[in-house]
Design a protein around this ligand. Structure first.
Ligand SMILES: [Zn+2]
Ligand SMILES: [Zn+2]
Length: 465
């Protein structure tokens, strides 16, 4: 009888496209079905070519809702996958908004390219809105720490990964292969300790046969973190006093809710003046509704949460879905805070706000997340002037500020802490979800922590377990 095997079909040698195939006794389970992101041509090829038979999969286990982990679920459905998708309840609810959003972006990008006469096979949407919606019919939700059966001889337990709402690590136990169950742990993306709203990362403890672990920031120290809340209070107070507006480009899911939470708490504590706060992004509005549905997984150790009041609702906080209402913000007078997507100011409504308000020195543009190279966010942050916004050259006269330390990913020390909390021993580990240098860094870290054998798999590489 052949033993279990593992094949790495994504996030191997790179960050995105998380997708690992676990086979045992003629059965197949997929861990994540993530989208490859990056250069259009290269990622298109990787995304479209599924190197296994989706229809033959017994189940898919989803670690969390981020698109680089969930973004190819609709494609699996389009390729006849019809089995259960296992996820936590909050992950299920987040995918219900994020996957249709992903389908919508692909469809509108394609139409735009068609209009410009630049559409080709490489820009065709990978799946339809209907595929994205159909995913919901397949999801079976399981709360943290409740073991569930995927097959007669395979059980799984989710534990809180502390990365985004609903994120989990996946603890797999296969019976009947030896005297003791064979244990595979997939870390998913590992979060940070003391993040607002969500709980701290939890490690599955005890001996592990095979560990699959993310390596995003295995070489990075998030470093001296600003006291984010104190800095936020200082900026809001200062800019409001001069009558200015604060524009915050922010990821719709996660970061926006953290900001609303922090601003609401500051208002509650009287540490900032009463300025109106606009959340101007339909996806962020939807995502906030999902947060509202899941107070059971909030961190009850946080003061503001333990008060038990509404976290995301306040008389100063307004959620803007309607386009016309969004446009009205252009004529808004007096101080205000506008939080809008996208997080790197590459698309979305934030572009209109930047274009309208960047020329006024009373205003401020506040960055609260990583700004990748070649994005508008990065150019503004680097102080380039003028910059091109919506096709026009604009001078940035508004103050540009950044709060450091916001990240959803564990850094080097936190990854080490997570590994130590496993308690061990770990027989074999595979490092995934990182750039080549980070993967090498993770390998070294795991060897220092006494892991028996550490492997950095390449794309498509298969291992007998
Ligand atoms: Zn993630
Ligand atoms: Zn990820």
């Amino acid at each position: 009888m052949t033993g279990p095997s593992l094949t790495f079909w994504g996030a191997a040698g790179q960050v995105t496209g998380s997708c690992h195939l676990l086979e045992w006794r003629g059965r197949q389970v997929l861990l994540d079905a993530g989208l490859f992101q990056g250069r259009r041509e290269a990622s298109r090829k990787l995304n479209a070519e599924i190197p296994f038979n989706a229809r033959a999969l017994d189940a898919i286990i989803l670690s969390h809702a981020h698109i680089d982990h969930s973004g190819r679920l609709p494609l699996m459905v389009a390729r006849q996958f019809d089995g259960p998708i296992h996820a936590t309840p909050a992950t299920r609810d987040l995918t219900a908004i994020m996957l249709p959003d992903s389908a919508h972006i692909q469809e509108s990008d394609y139409r735009w390219l068609q209009k410009k006469g630049r559409a080709g096979p490489a820009s065709e949407p990978l799946y339809t809105m209907a595929d994205a919606i159909h995913v919901q019919e397949l999801i079976e939700a399981h709360p943290y720490r409740r073991p569930f059966r995927v097959a007669d001889d395979l059980n799984v337990t989710f534990r809180d990964a502390g990365h985004i709402l609903g994120s989990a690590n996946v603890d797999i136990s296969i019976t009947g292969l030896g005297d003791t169950p064979y244990r595979v742990v997939f870390s998913g993306d590992i979060g940070r300790w003391h993040q607002p709203i969500i709980r701290d990362p939890e490690s599955p403890t005890g001996p592990i046969d095979t560990l699959i672990i993310e390596s995003t920031y295995a070489l990075k120290d998030h470093g001296t973190q600003d006291d984010a809340k104190a800095k936020l209070a200082e900026i809001v107070t200062r800019v409001a006093a001069r009558g200015g507006k604060i524009l915050i480009p922010s990821f719709a899911v996660g970061r926006t809710q953290e900001l609303v939470y922090a601003l609401h708490e500051l208002l509650h504590q009287g540490r900032i003046p009463e300025v109106p706060i606009y959340i101007d992004s339909p996806l962020a509005v939807e995502a906030t509704s999902v947060f509202r549905l899941h107070p059971e997984i909030f961190d009850q150790n946080e003061n503001f949460i333990s008060l038990g009041g509404p976290i995301f609702d306040d008389k100063m906080v307004r959620y803007v879905r309607d386009v016309n209402e969004s446009k009205k913000l252009n004529t808004l007078t007096g101080p205000a805070i506008i939080i809008s997507a996208s997080g790197m100011a590459e698309a979305g409504r934030i572009l209109h706000h930047l274009s309208n308000h960047c020329g006024n020195p009373a205003n401020a543009i506040l960055f609260v997340g990583f700004q990748a190279e070649h994005t508008l966010g990065r150019r503004i942050l680097e102080g380039r002037n003028p910059v091109r916004i919506l096709g026009e050259e604009r001078d940035i006269l508004a103050e540009v500020v950044k709060i450091n330390g916001y990240s959803a990913h564990a850094d080097r020390n936190e990854l080490r802490q997570w590994v130590r909390n496993l308690g061990g021993p770990v027989k074999r580990a595979f490092c995934v979800h990182g750039e080549p240098e980070s993967l090498a860094g993770m390998k070294k870290l795991l060897e220092e922590e006494g892991v028996g054998e550490v492997i950095v798999p390449s794309h498509g590489e298969k291992f007998e377990l």
